[in-house]
Write a protein that binds this ligand. Structure first.
Ligand SMILES: Nc1ncnc2c1ncn2[C@@H]1O[C@H](COP(=O)(O)OP(=O)(O)OP(=O)(O)O)[C@@H](O)[C@H]1O
Length: 339
């Protein structure tokens, strides 16, 4: 998704405070499915759950809304959908200012926010039929086709006649997504869709999210799992205690970090000299290994230079930064990947 608007990592908050912060303003608001400005929620008792949030979710993106438990993700999603009233700030969904545009926009938005209430003794299909019948905008004459299509979209056609209680956790979550997809949706909002799922269920949901996005629906998905967001999303925003730490494309955020080359060798001094001669910087000579910032240099050229210089190479590796490295760099602390 390299043609996304704003294909650079963005620092959140007041730009320019941090030296070297990109000054890219991000995607234009009219290209965004979700825009928030200064969105804030202070609960009674004074706790600020979401603090002056500025989000820009480009249309067509799979946008990961990442943060540890309690960082304000669910509260944000509930504000976006009109389930919680913000204390301050404004927001737009699909180009319409909220909450005024709610009635017009919400039919174009699918959401799985709380665990959906499905009847265990009904089949998946019958449960969807109940959901569909409860929607006053849904034409009952086309219900069967709509339900069939939703089941097909989430890969549950073969299991449509099974009772919900016999569904695996992954199938249950896929049924919840099917319920959110009963109408044609331009935006799908999922709050921690893989929470509590086993690895198989997680894979199913991840694949489904990618498919839905490939069909053109913008997906806004919250998660406390870094690796999951890295695998599933084109964009990410990171929350920490109610505040936005960073947002942008994953590629853009990763590009901020340095790729390093590491040489395992008994001749550390010789290796360091070759790395320096190749013009690499940030050289570190350790116990049995030397490493340096690779920059735009090609690892195979470094390998050839080491061999040509007679340096005995036991191992050679290129370390590409992970999203976690980015967050450590941005926040100065680690991210609890397991929540
Ligand atoms: N109704 C409420 N009244 C008071 N405080 C609340 C309320 N709802 C949430 N909070 C608090 O606001 C903060 C943010 O909670 P929120 O549920 O939005 O975080 P989250 O990132 O979605 O975490 P989780 O994944 O655990 O739901 C938390 O400290 C939470 O205790």
């Amino acid at each position: 998704m390299s043609d996304m608007p704003g294909d650079t990592g963005l620092l959140a908050g007041r730009r320019g405070e941090r030296s070297g912060a990109p000054r890219d303003a991000g995607p234009a608001p009219e290209e965004c499915s979700i825009v928030t400005r200064g969105l804030t929620k202070r609960f009674r008792g004074g706790q600020v759950a979401v603090d002056a949030l500025d989000l820009a979710v480009p249309g067509g993106s799979v946008f990961g809304f990442l943060g540890p438990n309690g960082s304000g993700k669910t509260t944000t999603i509930r504000m976006l959908l009109g389930l919680v009233t913000p204390t301050a700030g404004t927001w737009e969904l699909l180009g319409r200012p909220m909450p005024d545009g709610m009635t017009a926009v919400l039919p174009r938005v699918g959401a799985v926010v709380e665990g959906p209430a499905f009847y265990p003794y009904l089949t998946g299909e019958a449960n969807l039929r109940r959901y569909d019948a409860a929607d006053p905008a849904a034409d009952p004459r086309t219900a069967t086709a709509r339900i069939g299509h939703a089941l097909e979209r989430v890969g549950l056609t073969a299991a449509a006649g099974k009772r919900y209680r016999a569904y695996s956790l992954g199938m249950r979550q896929r049924l919840a997504i099917a319920a959110a997809l009963l109408g044609p949706r331009e935006l799908l909002v999922l709050d921690e869709p893989t929470n509590g799922l086993d690895p198989q269920g997680t894979r199913e949901v991840r694949a489904l999210v990618r498919e839905i996005a490939a069909e053109g629906t913008t997906v806004f998905v919250s998660s406390h799992l870094l690796a999951e967001v890295e695998q599933m999303c084109s964009h990410v925003a990171v929350m920490r205690t109610g505040r936005l730490v960073a947002q942008g494309t994953i590629a853009g955020l990763l590009a901020r970090e340095t790729v390093r080359i590491r040489v395992e060798t008994p001749d550390v001094a010789g290796a360091a000299a070759v790395l320096a001669a190749a013009g690499l910087t940030g050289i570190r000579a350790g116990d049995g290994e030397a490493d340096a910032e690779l920059g735009a240099e090609e690892p195979e050229r470094i390998c050839a230079a080491l061999v040509a210089a007679g340096v005995a190479v036991r191992g050679l590796g290129v370390r590409r930064p992970s999203l976690e490295d980015v967050f450590v760099g941005l926040t100065g602390e680690g991210f609890d990947v397991d929540g």
